[in-house]
Ligand binder design. Structure first.
Ligand code: LMR
Length: 321
């Protein structure tokens, strides 16, 4: 059986981590692409040289030409620049939008049947632009964010309750920005919703509010610590779980930036919502009930993504077509 081909567009810190994880999980052969000469080749060779120790089989190709991604089953896009301390994700919009135009053209030409996962920030606007630049089916272009934000929320909750992360579920909706909506009502420890845990005296509402805010600031917290760039381990792990769900037709229920065409009352935008990922790509968007407070937070988040999409249209008018 032919192995899957996974193209990593961008070979920085996340790209390298993705490449290593794909090998360790034996998800397929890897093409590392980057415009920086030598970097994808060097990272690919380094990881390939670790394979005999770890005992995995995967071929690694480093490339500076899009033709190397030809026929890829999955493309994971990290190309563009990360933020530095003091910047917001939105400050990257102008620079990264230009990059998305080139990436979209490369994928359209060489990997039009791929499942595409975008990680580049500002995430919801970049995945929206990437889908339009590439013209790939909306079911096959999505953004990695909800998995990451939910994973951070789960980590903080597990820490607070001193329990295994495996027993914590968490739910984050909305855009991958300061207005994201961690939903405590839909998050659980051992199946018990967080508001009930407050009633049971396991924690306080004040502590939960702090955790919600820390989740919203999760990316900035890492940027502030690293100083030279942004998070890469958790973003890579999140994208890998989405790629694996697609390649293995796992039908995972995964929060991610998905194209909405009326769901949640949102039209022609990508926003973080729960989805089912299987061999059909984003096979389903799951619509959950929100109370008025949750809905207000969600609408505010959608509004901020809308503003970013408008900014993209001003720079690249063809996105408005
Ligand atoms: C993250 O949340 O870690 C990423 O979006 C990177 C960033 O700039 O925060």
């Amino acid at each position: 059986m032919a192995r899957n081909k996974i193209a990593l567009i961008g070979s920085g810190m996340i790209g390298g981590t993705l490449a290593h994880m794909i090998g360790l999980k034996e998800l397929g052969d890897v093409v590392l692409f980057d415009i920086a000469e030598g970097v994808p080749q060097g990272k690919g060779l380094d990881i390939a040289e670790s394979a005999p120790v770890d005992g995995f089989d995967a071929n690694y190709t480093g490339a500076n030409d899009y033709s190397a991604i030809e026929g890829a089953d999955v493309c994971i896009v990290t190309a563009g620049v990360p933020r530095k301390p003091g910047m917001s994700r939105d400050d990257l919009l102008g620079t990264n939008l230009k990059v998305m135009e080139q990436v979209g053209a490369g994928i359209a030409k060489y990997a039009p049947n791929a499942f595409v996962i975008c990680i580049t920030n500002p995430l919801d606007a970049m995945v929206w632009a990437l889908q339009k630049f590439s013209g790939l089916p909306k079911s096959h272009v999505c953004g990695m964010a909800g998995v990451l934000d939910s994973s951070r929320f789960r980590h903080f909750l597990a820490d607070e309750f001193d329990v295994s992360v495996e027993d914590v579920t968490a739910f984050v909706l909305g855009g991958h920005g300061d207005t994201m909506v961690p939903l405590t009502r839909y998050s659980t420890v051992a199946g018990i919703p967080l508001p009930d845990l407050v009633k049971m005296g396991w924690t306080t509402q004040g502590k939960l509010d702090e955790i919600v805010q820390r989740t919203r600031d999760g990316g900035a917290e890492i940027v502030g610590l690293l100083k030279t760039g942004s998070a890469f381990y958790a973003p890579a792990a999140s994208a890998i779980s989405m790629a694996e769900a697609y390649l293995k037709d796992k039908k995972r229920v995964v929060p991610c930036a998905a194209y909405l065409n009326g769901e949640y009352g949102v039209k022609d935008m990508y926003v973080g919502v729960p989805t089912v990922i299987g061999k059909g790509g984003i096979e389903r968007v799951i619509e959950i009930d929100m109370n008025s407070d949750e809905r207000a937070q969600f609408d505010k988040s959608v509004e901020s993504v809308e503003g970013l999409c408008d900014a993209c249209r001003n720079i690249a008018p063809q996105l408005g077509e």
